[in-house]
Design a protein around this ligand. Structure first.
Ligand code: SAH
Length: 346
């Protein structure tokens, strides 16, 4: 199987080309991979034909293949993408008026085991490489005729997987995505969401180039969180919040907390008031997500009035938004990514 070029940075490419090649060839190749962006080595016409041929003997560009695409009535598109080893992941395109959002995966499956999430039912199959993470962005842009250097897009690493359990590859992918000479997406437009792996949050904060941080809070106490998210045992809520309080935010940045509302489990007004207290000293905003239901998920979606009441209480103390469900009809919404075909879901 030829090795993928996607995922390599300039230093990697320089090494790969060897000392026999002129140094600027690595830059040309880098530009072709992330900026052009080329899908096949033959398309990299800035390189001499001989070099292209040589490269093609051992390497491929390595875009994931679109296996299936599901189009929602609201314009959302869910992609089932096939990787070089035959495994598949999902990514979601959400068009908006001014800015489009790509939701991408960081692992095949997920080990976190959250009780309300469909991806959890798969377990973890493997980590994605940096190239496979970047590849999702390039494929979605191409399929939706968007030019990444020009059109405004948000990237959210909120698809399948727990990004902080694949931090090295996620950070490398982030550097490639945010490099002005690479894919060229602004650091303000890339966000990673975590279940709250505290030591990895600290590590992320130390990275020079990094996405913005969103934390899935999902509960108003340690006890409640433990019932919903098994990771809370190893990474208790008080430690998580302490790490959030001391997180080195950039001047323009605030933390995002996500909160999945589950009917009767974490959606009371007392829960809302407790969340206000928990987040009191953190520069943050909260995104509320009413549960997107799924087969085998033992929770129900709260009534819209509940969600609004919860929001009203938080709003007195911090910005708080309700995340609009996108693509529920095609199983593309938060917590619904499980490589399901629409037929299987019905
Ligand atoms: N593992 C990371 C990245 C996935 S982000 C994380 O958990 O943060 C997915 C977001 O959707 C998380 O905030 C998660 O709490 C939320 N979510 C999971 N299942 C959901 C469901 N069934 N309905 C609504 N939101 C869900």
């Amino acid at each position: 199987m030829p090795e993928a070029l996607l995922g390599k940075d300039v230093a990697d490419l320089r090494e790969l080309l060897g000392s026999g090649e002129r140094p600027y060839r690595a830059r040309q190749l880098y530009h072709a991979l992330y900026r052009q962006p080329a899908r096949e080595i033959e398309e990299i016409t800035t390189l001499p034909a001989g070099l292209r041929r040589e490269l093609a003997e051992r390497y491929c560009v390595g875009w994931p293949r679109i296996e299936q695409r599901f189009d929602s009535v609201d314009g959302t598109r869910r992609y089932l993408l096939r990787l070089a080893d035959g495994r598949t992941v999902e990514a979601v395109y959400m068009p908006e008026q001014v800015r489009h959002t790509f939701c991408i995966s960081t692992q095949v499956g997920c080990p976190a085991g959250c009780k309300f999430c469909l991806t959890a039912l798969m377990g973890l199959e493997r980590n994605l490489s940096a190239g496979e993470i970047v590849g999702q962005v390039l494929v979605l842009a191409h399929d939706n005729r968007l030019e990444l250097g020009r059109d405004r897009v948000n990237i959210v690493m909120m698809g399948m997987g727990e990004p902080l359990l694949n931090l090295d590859n996620v950070l490398k992918a982030s550097r490639l995505l945010m490099d002005p000479d690479g894919v060229g997406i602004s650091p303000r437009r890339v966000t990673l969401s975590t279940v709250g792996i505290t030591p990895k949050i600290v590590e992320l904060g130390q990275a020079e180039v990094r996405p913005k941080l969103a934390v899935s809070l999902n509960a108003s106490s340690q006890e409640q969180r433990l019932r919903l998210m098994p990771v809370a045992r190893k990474y208790p809520l008080d430690e998580l919040l302490e790490v959030c309080r001391t997180y080195p935010l950039r001047p323009w940045e605030r933390l995002t907390f996500e909160y999945v509302l589950l009917k009767g489990a974490n959606d009371s007004e007392a829960d809302a008031r407790a969340v206000v207290r928990l987040l009191a000293r953190i520069k943050c905003k909260v995104n509320l997500i009413a549960l997107n239901p799924g087969p085998g998920i033992p929770f129900e979606t709260p009534e819209p009035e509940r969600v609004l009441a919860f929001q009203r209480i938080l709003r007195r103390s911090m910005p708080c938004f309700i995340r609009k469900p996108r693509g529920r009809d095609i199983y593309a919404a938060c917590g619904q990514l499980r490589r399901m075909s629409v037929e299987a879901a019905a």
